[in-house]
Design a protein around this ligand. Structure first.
Ligand code: HEM
Length: 204
């Protein structure tokens, strides 16, 4: 069902009646500069987003700005982080819209979304649970274990989102190549245009 929707998104949405008319997704994917501009903005806002969130995480781990209360660091930085995440989500969604089927059958994109979801769950748990009694540990050089665990999970999940995001561009695991069976299954290669070819399977 998801794949049928993505096929419609990639080939039908925005397409005019004319024979040479193309869908909005194809128009974006074949644009001379706009796609590159989107990708560049995605990477540039990453610096702002990841850079600011890592500063707060390292304060929560008691590594930097140990003499500055946690709330002072996070209150100063949070507006930049929110701007960064909004830009990442907007440009990322647009990048996805340009080649939805390519990314749908891409294990790195799928892993990236899994850790993106985990990172967001961690943010919600931190803001609604861990941070509730911040008054008790705001000025501590080394915050309590729950805050440090949350900071560690944040660092780890965002670093994985970034790594998997970077791997998306490589064709190591593209459907149609001889791949371990579990990767073909994880990417739903069987349903893709290139099909699934298991490593070691007899050539057709
Ligand atoms: C805050 C969250 C995000 C982070 C930290 C992030 C990070 C990255 C990174 C580091 C890259 C590699 C850029 C490069 O060097 O070429 C990337 C690429 C990409 N991201 Fe994100 N991203 C985020 C959110 C999203 C979202 C929400 C989507 C879509 C739903 C998305 C879609 C993509 C796509 C499609 C590419 C690959 C572009 C290509 O073909 O090279 N990203 N992302």
């Amino acid at each position: 069902m998801i794949r049928d929707f993505l096929v419609w998104l990639a080939t039908e949405l925005g397409k005019g009646p004319g024979e040479i008319d193309i869908s909005w997704s194809d128009a974006l994917a074949s644009s001379l500069n706009f796609w590159g501009l989107l990708e560049g903005t995605h990477v540039m806002t990453l610096i702002l987003f990841a850079g600011t969130i890592f500063v707060v995480d390292l304060r929560l781990l008691g590594v930097i700005f140990r003499k500055t209360p946690v709330s002072v660091v996070s209150d100063r930085i949070l507006p930049l982080t929110i701007f960064g995440i909004v830009m990442m989500l907007a440009t990322g969604t647009a990048l996805f819209f340009a080649k939805p089927l390519l990314y749908y059958h891409n294990i790195w994109f799928r892993l990236k979304l899994v850790f993106l979801a985990l990172a967001f769950v961690n943010i919600i748990v931190f803001h609604y649970r861990v941070q509730r009694d911040i008054a008790a540990w705001d000025t501590l050089e080394k915050p309590p274990a729950k805050a440090r665990i949350s900071a560690f999970l944040s660092l780890a999940s965002w670093l994985l989102v970034i790594c998997f995001g970077r791997y998306i561009a490589y064709d190591w695991t593209n459907c149609g190549k001889p791949l371990p069976h579990w990767i073909n299954v994880a990417q739903d290669c069987k349903a893709s245009e290139s099909g699934a070819l298991d490593l070691g399977a007899p050539q057709q």
